[in-house]
Design a protein around this ligand. Structure first.
Ligand SMILES: Nc1nc2c(ncn2[C@@H]2O[C@H](COP(=O)(O)OP(=O)(O)OP(=O)(O)O)[C@@H](O)[C@H]2O)c(=O)[nH]1
Ligand SMILES: [Mg+2]
Length: 481
């Protein structure tokens, strides 16, 4: 119970915790790195010699520094405009500020602002940064949705890696001077002593700080979640409707946003064909049983997270449930001539790092046996795969829940989740499955239903004629994390 509370808390506040951790890293690491840059600058030979080349074109060091600063600011400005990188950019702004402060107090690098002729150089630097970071996108009117400035983000990362790497070398490797830049030109000296040596002073701390900084910045460049999914379920367990419901939820989540802030969901054609049926028939279920030789590629993407949003692509193969029984053997390679469908399915399972296992509550309520036997052998083969347990058709238990608690399952979804899990735990098969997986909770979903004249459950529709789905938002939340 405690573990579950901790996990739920982590999941809910994970981003805020991450922000604090990142802030801690910036505050701890930046001063160390600033010190490293300062040392590197004073000790450097190659870097300085390269810089001295400027004398041939006759510009001062101040100009170069301003140029560089402008460039960084331009890139960082674009990163700040990117809604997915806003907070990361803020952290880097803080890091940049701290670095400049430290450098200024040790009298290195920070250009002399009192030299207005030098300071002008910040402008070309800025323009260069904006151009290189893809700033032209902001001016294109045809761009829909929030703009990603991936190039700016990557350039910031590359710059950091470059600066840190050069600084580490200059500060910690002692090498004989072999380049000399003078008015006569560049001369390569043949060094008297060819000795290379290591200046071990503070090496460990600097390497550690550099590693942490680079690693953190690397995380900041990530746009896509690495998760890939596969939905498993016996016949008529709600596989097709699960993916449709998840897509509808992803669409709906963006509805209250301004048009310019809505993300494209890039649904696959197969998915759109299924969704089309939604408008066609308002009195019955919208999909038919998936045909035996039919393989649908259902895919869409959504954006998960608010502080550090990421693109999550939900992609799965929709197949006829009859195939499930053959999957374990196929995974183990015991089927000599697997047909195309089976092969696509096993490949999908192998590629996925999260399996979504459906548990059909209709079967449970009718005491039909859950049909989960295959899950056990599949889990054994796919050892390191994450698992999400999804009881489908939970509307069947919603009435019971209403009666027992007099609460709307939608309003008290956490309790309802627990209720579904408790109910399901009466089934030996489900209890065994729960033990077999590292997963601690279930994520029930359902379409709200009403009974028609023939006493069959059919989807309820709201006043706009749309089906009403419950639990899919939570499921999406779970899928991206
Ligand atoms: N009451 C209720 N019934 C549901 C729900 N979702 C699905 N069903 C029922 O389950 C049936 C099968 O749903 P599908 O999504 O087609 O199931 P599937 O797993 O894709 O089935 P196959 O493609 O035949 O393997 C539907 O026609 C509905 O009758 C739900 O949320 N509530
Ligand atoms: Mg289906």
């Amino acid at each position: 119970m405690v573990r579950q509370a901790v996990l739920t808390g982590l999941r809910e506040h994970g981003e805020k915790i991450a922000l604090l951790v990142y802030l801690g890293i910036v505050v701890a690491v930046t001063p160390v790195l600033a010190q490293l840059y300062a040392t590197a600058w004073t000790e450097s030979h190659i870097l300085r010699s390269v810089m001295e080349l400027r004398e041939f074109v006759g510009i001062g060091q101040g100009v170069i520094n301003f140029l560089f600063l402008g460039f960084v600011i331009g890139l960082l400005a674009l990163m700040t405009l990117d809604p997915k990188k806003r907070w990361q950019a803020l952290l880097i702004w803080i890091g940049l500020g701290v670095t400049l402060f430290f450098l200024a107090s040790s009298g290195t690098f920070v250009p002399d602002v009192s030299q207005p002729e030098d300071a002008i150089a910040i402008l070309p630097g800025l323009v260069l940064g904006l151009l290189l970071g893809g700033g032209r996108k902001a001016l294109e009117l045809k761009q829909m949705g929030p703009i990603e400035y991936r190039r700016a983000t990557w350039s910031i990362y590359a710059l950091l890696v470059g600066v840190v790497f050069v600084s580490l070398i200059e500060a910690h490797i002692v090498y004989p001077e072999f380049i000399e830049v003078s008015e006569q030109g560049v001369t390569i000296l043949s060094p008297e002593s060819s000795g290379l040596s290591l200046r071990a002073d503070g090496l460990a701390v600097n390497v550690l700080a550099s590693g942490v900084a680079v690693g953190t910045a690397r995380r900041f460049t990530q746009y896509e979640s690495n998760d890939s999914f596969f939905v498993l379920g016996p016949p008529a367990s709600g596989k097709s409707l699960l993916l449709i419901g998840a897509y509808l939820k992803a669409l709906e989540r963006d509805e209250d946003k301004r048009q310019s802030q809505r993300e494209a969901l890039n649904p696959s054609q197969d998915l759109m064909e299924l969704v089309e049926n939604l408008d066609r028939d308002a009195t019955d279920w919208i999909v038919e049983a998936t045909g035996r030789s039919e393989l649908q590629h259902l895919e869409f993407k959504f954006v998960k997270g608010t502080l550090f949003p990421k693109n999550v692509t939900v992609s799965s193969v929709d197949y006829a449930g009859e195939h499930l029984s053959r999957i374990p053997d196929a995974l183990e390679g015991n089927i000599s001539n697997p047909d195309a469908e089976l092969e696509a399915l096993t490949e999908g399972i192998r590629d996925a790092n999260k399996l979504i296992l459906l548990i059909d509550l209709e079967r449970f309520v009718n005491n039909e046996g859950l049909g989960l036997a295959e899950y056990f052998s599949i889990l054994e083969v796919a050892e390191d795969t994450g698992v999400v347990l999804v009881p489908t058709k939970a509307d069947i238990l919603a009435d019971q829940y209403w009666e027992a608690t007099e609460q709307d399952p939608q309003d008290s979804f956490d309790d309802f989740k627990q209720f579904v899990e408790d109910e399901l735990s009466q089934s030996q098969q489900f209890s065994s499955l729960l033990r077999q997986t590292p997963e601690l909770e279930v994520h029930p979903v359902y379409y709200e239903t009403t009974l028609n004249e023939e006493d069959e459950r059919v989807p309820a529709r709201d006043d706009r004629g749309s089906v009403i789905t419950v639990g899919f938002g939570r499921l999406l939340q779970r899928l991206g994390g």
